[in-house]
Design a protein around this ligand. Structure first.
Ligand SMILES: [Zn+2]
Ligand SMILES: [Zn+2]
Length: 145
């Protein structure tokens, strides 16, 4: 009975066109999801082909599973962070001078530690060169301190 009532609607060309468009739209979304998953998984260092296949077969369900289990960050971000840490380590290893208070690397001519603001050197009142705190005369201009 309900089928009979709906017949004029379901049988109309407009309805059929709308259904077809909806179906076409769903297919486009599905293909876009596969493409997106492939690219995203690739960027995150996952098995891109495998995840694209999962979305291909399981559609939205597969996509949601991928969203849950995918690696939390892009592979290039992880690589960048690793590189940053390595650079910092290299910097630390290269500079033999460290702040006595916070042990962060400082340069020989720093007057103050840029990290913890501990006073490292004083500057000569005459020539402004950085001097050790314990010096009593400036070795550059012979000014008594
Ligand atoms: Zn410091
Ligand atoms: Zn001086």
């Amino acid at each position: 009975m309900p089928a009979d009532i709906l017949q004029p609607i379901t049988g109309s060309p407009w309805f059929q066109l709308t259904t077809r468009l909806c179906f076409l739209f769903a297919v486009i979304v599905w293909l876009a999801l596969i493409f997106w998953t492939y690219r995203d998984a690739d960027r995150r260092g996952s098995l891109a082909i495998y995840w694209a296949a999962v979305v291909f077969f399981f559609n939205f369900a597969g996509w949601i599973v991928y969203l849950i289990v995918r690696p939390p960050e892009y592979e290039e971000d992880a690589r960048e962070r690793e590189l940053e840490i390595k650079t910092k380590e290299a910097l630390l290893a290269r500079s033999d001078l460290v702040c006595p208070a916070c042990l962060k690397p400082v340069k020989d001519d720093f007057l103050i530690c840029p990290y913890c603001q501990k006073k490292l050197k004083k500057s000569c009142p005459n020539c402004s060169k950085p001097l050790n705190m314990s010096w009593v005369v400036c070795p550059f201009c012979k000014t008594s301190l």
